[in-house]
Design a protein around this ligand. Structure first.
Ligand code: PLP
Length: 349
């Protein structure tokens, strides 16, 4: 395979001299810090936030490294995965020239981020069983195709993408292959993180927003080769993950048992919910899910959605999405929440 990072990187990024912060220029310990124009007197809070945070979040990365088994130099942390997605576009895609491939129905941010960056999208729809259309993907690639986005388990369909197909793309595509694993903790499939040493064009996205229960902290993770992580670090805002989020995430990552037990419970609840929904006359099809949500094809999605809203229950109406016609995307709730949902659906007529 002939992937070469220098062939895909934009020229301006290759030549970029990144911003050098006070914290970049002096890294040791000192007793008097007069280098960053911070408020030397403190902050009007119980905990002090008057100092800029670690720009590279080393302590947090070391913790993540011990959980994921990936060295800190192969980890980028961002203000949500969405920051990582945006940086990928800015680093690799020339506006108005390059293109990327997405495989809808899938996560909406790839397209939004492409549009913001004026990068063309080539949409290669999934097959009716929500797998990659490998021939069509091969046809869609040209010399300006810089990235392919694959979400697995996929949002909103919930299924995992066949691993062999992903590996075929990794081995043959000379651009960046982004595998978004936001829901990997709920999946029976193993993560692609283990393949980082095998494929230098691989970027794996994960997040603390879903299974880790920290959507409010905004911490997304990208795992990739050291060279790609260096590009992320060059392009990112200097202090992209704030101090409060770094501290709280570090604390949360110690509670891995709690998170693992929620994952087990969520998966068990998902299977229970599937069994309950399958009995309902309004439900036409339940797609297999490897995530903490299920895509459910119904007889009348909009009316059912409105009926649920009236009972104070909000699901996601995906019925206007191509290949998801008639479908609602339902997050697995607590046992009580799921019970309310099923009862409300039983009362729909
Ligand atoms: C929820 C979700 C994310 C998470 O994004 P954050 O910015 O990290 O909160 C990423 N990708 C997919 C497919 C998602 O569904």
């Amino acid at each position: 395979m002939s992937f070469n990072l220098n062939n895909v990187l934009r020229e301006n990024i290759k030549n970029l001299v990144p911003y050098s912060s006070a914290r970049d220029e002096f890294k040791g310990e000192a007793s008097v810090y007069l280098d960053a124009n911070e408020n030397s007197y403190g902050s009007p809070l119980a905990e002090s936030y008057n100092r800029y945070p670690d720009p590279l979040q080393l302590t947090l990365k070391q913790k993540i490294s011990s959980i994921k088994g990936v060295p800190p130099r192969n980890i980028f942390l961002g203000n949500g995965s969405d920051e990582a997605i945006d940086i990928l576009f800015r680093a690799f895609c020339r506006p108005g020239v390059d293109n990327v491939i997405t495989v809808p129905p899938t996560y909406g941010m790839y397209e939004v981020s492409a549009n913001i960056n004026d990068v063309a999208i080539r949409k290669v729809h999934l097959t009716p069983d929500y797998q990659l259309n490998m021939e069509a993907i091969a046809e869609a690639i040209d010399q300006n195709t810089k990235m392919i986005f694959i979400c697995s388990p996929n949002n909103p369909t919930g299924n995992s993408i066949d691993r062999e197909d992903v590996e075929t793309i990794l081995a043959n595509f000379n651009g960046i292959v982004v595998i978004d694993e936001a829901y990997i903790n709920y999946s029976r499939q193993k993560t692609f993180i283990q393949e980082l040493t095998e494929y230098s064009n691989l970027v794996v996205l994960q997040t603390l927003s879903k299974a880790w229960g920290l959507a409010g902290l905004r911490i997304g993770m990208a795992f990739a080769s050291e060279e790609i992580i260096e590009v992320f670090n060059k392009v990112k805002a200097p202090y992209n993950v704030n101090e409060a989020s770094q501290k709280l995430a570090l604390e949360a990552l110690n509670n891995i048992e709690q998170v693992n037990s929620w994952i087990k419970e969520t998966v068990a609840e998902r299977e229970k919910l599937v069994a309950e929904l399958a009995k309902l006359p309004v439900v036409q099809k339940i797609y297999p899910s490897d995530a903490n949500f299920i895509l459910v094809k119904t007889t009348n999605a909009r009316a059912i959605y409105n009926h649920l809203v009236k009972q104070g229950i909000i699901v996601r109406d995906r019925s206007k999405v191509e290949l998801c016609e008639g479908s609602l995307r339902i997050t697995v709730g607590t046992p009580e929440e799921n019970k309310k949902l099923v009862e409300a659906l039983e009362n729909f007529s």
